[in-house]
Design a protein around this ligand. Sequence first.
Ligand code: DSN
Length: 425
Amino acid sequence: MTAPQHPYTHPALTAADPELAALVGAEERLQAETLRLIPSENYVSAAVLEASGTVLQNKYSEGYPGRRYYEGQQNIDQVETLAVERAKAVFGVEHANVQPYSGSPANLAVHLAFAEPGDTVMGMALPMGGHLTHGWGVSATGKWFRGVQYGVRHDTGLIDFDEVRELALKERPKVIFCGGTALPRTIDFAAFGEIAREAGAVLVADIAHIAGLVAGGAHPSPVPHVDVISTTTHKTLRGPRGAMLMSREEHAKALDKAVFPGLQGGPHNQTTAAIAVALREASQPSFRDYAHAVVANAKALAEALLARGFDLVSGGTDNHLILMDLTPKQVPGKIAAKALDRAGLVVNYNTVPYDTRKPFDPSGIRIGTPSLTSRGLAPGHMTLVADWIDRGVAAAGKGDEQALAAVRAEVGDLLGAFPAPGLPV
Ligand code: DSN
């Protein structure tokens, strides 16, 4: 049987497994032809993609460079050391561990390093914009530890630091997390730092969403204010799916022990290599331009959405992310997200603070500008994007499939002029 023809080039895969190759090709087309607005997604460069698909994945390397439980580490030790040194340079930290498999294991390792089962940990509540792994009840971090949670103010959509301080002093958590997954505003690391010191807690900044903005100087760095930095590497940082933990030297041992042997076995060396490549890219002047462009695009998009009557949580954005409450438009988030998907605009439905609807059928959608910025779209294009979202949400309310198809055609026309990094088209 001959493999099906398609314009994408994975010759070995196509020959060995045409069915799977066809799915990869279809995903490549989807990522090329749609406007990807999920704020935690991006396009990695061809170099990052290549690094993550290398023979480095054949090697077991439990331990750390120079202290492994397997031989044959002549190259792997250098790969990991490169990644570690680049992380230290890009973020200005004393210690970096590049082995966590992703953000959730990284955050569980933080718990393991600084708390005992049953101890109190504090984080932002998931429906307020926090993350599952900051002590939310359904996560291991909320089942094995006692999670106490802060939120945002109902009237402003902003963190109430009086509430955070009061809760921290009352509950005396071992660990406090700041950061989250649906926070459109600058995180005030200094304010959290003061509170954590007063409460005697280890402060962890989870910068997964904004790591690329921090690296590129488009968001203040947490380094002077926090004890530990946790981040994924695949969001605004534009690396492979992975994670890092960073800290001052005093916490290095505890974090390293928690990652291996506390939680994980052998690191994914191909991912470590791709993290090293992404960090090299993040140290270039062009990455600073990208990071600032992500924010400029988000601000322009927020302005254009506000002008079209959309209700944005906190009234706008300071970073890459916009959280839209669609209640005034009388279209539930899930229905809007699914309609926008049919219109070629890929978003995710999301709870908004104080949501009266359920997490699986919430009031909002969450959008962001990392992917479209990586394709080269500029603030001047954001009126068009806002217009498509506006027409898409209106069409969702009316079940107007023709209007959605019209938007999809326009999206395809524009994106044809902005090839996506890393895709073979
Ligand atoms: N799911 C990630 C996000 O989309 O923000 C966080 O885990």
